[in-house]
Design a protein around this ligand. Sequence first.
Ligand SMILES: NC(=O)c1ccc[n+]([C@@H]2O[C@H](COP(=O)([O-])OP(=O)(O)OC[C@H]3O[C@@H](n4cnc5c(N)ncnc54)[C@H](OP(=O)(O)O)[C@@H]3O)[C@@H](O)[C@H]2O)c1
Length: 292
Amino acid sequence: MKILITGAKGQLGRSIHKHAPLFTSLDITYTDVEDLDITDMPALEKYLSAGNYDYVVNCAAYTAVDKAEEDDVKAFLINTKAVENLSVLSKNLNFGLIHISTDFIFDGFHYKPYVESDKPGPRSIYATTKARAEEVMLANALNGLIIRTSWLYSEFGHNFVKTIIRYATERDSLNIVCDQTGTPTYAGDLAETLLIILSNKKIPEGVHIYHYSNEGTASWFDFAKAIVSLSEIDCTIEPIPTEAYPLPAKRPYYSVLNTSKIKNDFGISIPYWRDSLAACLKLLPKETEGFS
Ligand SMILES: NC(=O)c1ccc[n+]([C@@H]2O[C@H](COP(=O)([O-])OP(=O)(O)OC[C@H]3O[C@@H](n4cnc5c(N)ncnc54)[C@H](OP(=O)(O)O)[C@@H]3O)[C@@H](O)[C@H]2O)c1
């Protein structure tokens, strides 16, 4: 099975690269913007026509949620228009497309975990570009999966875990928002799941939406507390409301994803978020940013 990864130098792309050696049936090519800019339709068409891929896993994205409020044209180009490009090509060239979306497409006014059929209600530019990408993929792609995930972190790149460790090491206390609830998700777990799905060839025809996050729920405050506690850093984490830490982009207050569908359809089990966090933290001092 021939697979192409776009955005391979990001957190998820690097996590797939790390876990892929165990999946020997998959022949994976890794690209990032310097080799394959997914917003460049002629280049994309040429590259994909020559490659004869069975699946493209789109890990490329504009993920700077607050910056996107000002940089909406670029965010739309990468997060929506490029997904339309990939979707159209998936039909013309007959490959499956696996695209990663986000819990932020929901408005966050729910009281129970979101299921795949719940209506999106994006509250920021980033979230709007991602929600529109789902629409263009559903309208244009032949076969594939839209996998919504949440609060992604890993040993690679920049993320909340690394930011908290840095600040907690420098300061005696940190104020962290306690009224937004979601689920931290270790990119290594999502990467393994994608590789299992691809290697087991059980992907249904058509385009289907799935939710994948780690098990359990947390606020950013809970998440930060777990990071300092598991890392044994002496820093007090204080809870604050969202209004006390205003950011350019609005976030959903509640964005827990119901993951029953992906577990049932693909027979996978998902680790509890705190267990995966502990596993990731053990890797941090040793892991390099290296990518080949
Ligand atoms: N991070 C989260 O908390 C989170 C939560 C929910 C869902 N997601 C979704 O999960 C997916 C993976 O996220 P991630 O955290 O792994 O993202 P990431 O670390 O920001 O990686 C994205 C990668 O895409 C590359 N890229 C940007 N523009 C490109 C282009 N035009 N062509 C090809 N590559 C391009 C980026 O390169 P540069 O760095 O050079 O721009 C980067 O290497 C994304 O779809 C994201 O929306 C993320």
